[in-house]
Design a protein around this ligand. Structure first.
Ligand code: NAP
Length: 301
């Protein structure tokens, strides 16, 4: 029996682990894929207070090392359900674990556009991770679709590798931070295609281009590309919680800044929580709040 099981090994989950371990609780972190969640895929983190610049991967590794050095256990298993009783049972694809409290920090997954040809070409020229797949496009032409921080950062990252980068955004104003947009505007090989969406990902077995449509006047045109990076936000990964935890209409865990859920002893932290600002700083903030609440719950017996 663990004091606290944390579902998700991103910044929120690992911060929760850190705080719980420092409160001398026994902690198990269950992570489906790789440690660090979305931040591990971020090329540079430059907005975390006190850290001037660090790769997302290194940031995640440092956090995981802090957790394991304190005796935290991290297992790579897919959680498929939680049973609520006197204690909490967390069911994975290969085992069942008991805990006095559970913290959900399942994060979010990449949203797709739903355009024609997209599902067929994912992995054959369509990617969701510039840092992971950018190197395949050295000297080539790529497009990034989206207008948030991820899209703008991805486009800038790719501009150092690809010969030409298009950034395609459905509005004429970016959602991304102004500072990031200004930096991107300085990249000579980046062309901004604003007020445009992708109607079709073209290519037979491998992407060859994009059919675009204007959101202003319905005009259509085609661009040739060797690769496309879809960066249009995320959707929460809370399906396993349906029927147990109250979720918002969009599927985020309903909770306030106190990180409590409607179930006693189950807490939530990070991007999977209903909130207005999803940032690294708010994720780690949630992690500490959820952990301290879970520790109090465990101590109260
Ligand atoms: P995001 O901020 O939610 O932006 C998603 C973008 O995709 C928006 O520009 C949105 O357009 C567009 N979009 C959504 N659905 C679309 C569709 N069907 N067709 C076309 N465009 C669509 O997502 P994100 O950029 O992945 O960022 C997620 C969170 O992580 C944000 O809080 C962000 O600040 C944070 N983040 C931070 C950093 C950093 O600080 N270094 C790096 C990456 C991400 P509209 O603008 O028109 O809605």
């Amino acid at each position: 029996m663990y004091d606290i099981i944390i579902i998700g090994g991103g910044p929120a989950g690992l911060t929760a682990a850190l705080y719980a371990l420092r409160a001398e609780k026994s902690v198990l972190v269950l992570e489906k894929l790789g440690i660090g969640g979305q931040i591990a895929l971020s090329s540079r983190v430059e907005n975390f207070p006190g850290v001037k610049s660090i790769s997302g991967f290194e940031f995640a590794e440092n956090l995981a090392t802090q957790v394991t050095d304190l005796g935290g256990q991290i297992e790579y298993e897919d959680v498929i359900g939680i049973r609520d009783g006197k204690t909490k049972t967390v069911i994975t694809d290969s085992a069942e674990y008991e805990a006095k409290a559970v913290i959900i920090a399942t994060g979010v997954k990449n949203r797709t556009l739903g355009a024609a040809g997209e599902s067929e070409l994912i992995g054959s020229g369509i990617s969701f991770c510039a840092v992971c797949d950018g190197a395949f496009y050295r000297g080539k032409t790529v497009a990034v679709i989206g207008g948030g921080n991820t899209a703008v950062e991805d486009a800038e990252y790719l501009s150092n590798i690809a010969q030409k980068v298009y950034i395609i955004h459905r509005r004429d104003k970016f959602r991304a931070e102004e500072r990031l947009v200004k930096k991107l505007e300085k990249c000579q090989n980046v062309e901004f295609l604003l007020s445009a969406t992708v109607e079709k990902f073209c290519g037979d077995g491998k992407i060859s281009g994009l059919d675009l449509v204007s959101t202003k006047d319905d005009s259509k045109w085609h661009i040739d590309v060797d690769g496309a990076f879809v960066a249009v936000g995320q959707i929460p990964q809370n399906d396993i919680l349906k029927g147990l935890i109250n979720l918002s209409d969009e599927g985020y865990v309903s909770s306030g800044e106190d990180c409590l859920t409607n179930i006693e002893g189950i807490f939530v932290a990070g991007d999977c929580r209903k909130k207005s600002i999803r940032q690294l700083t708010t994720a780690v903030g949630d992690g500490s709040v959820a952990a301290l609440a879970a520790c109090s719950f465990v101590d109260a017996g």
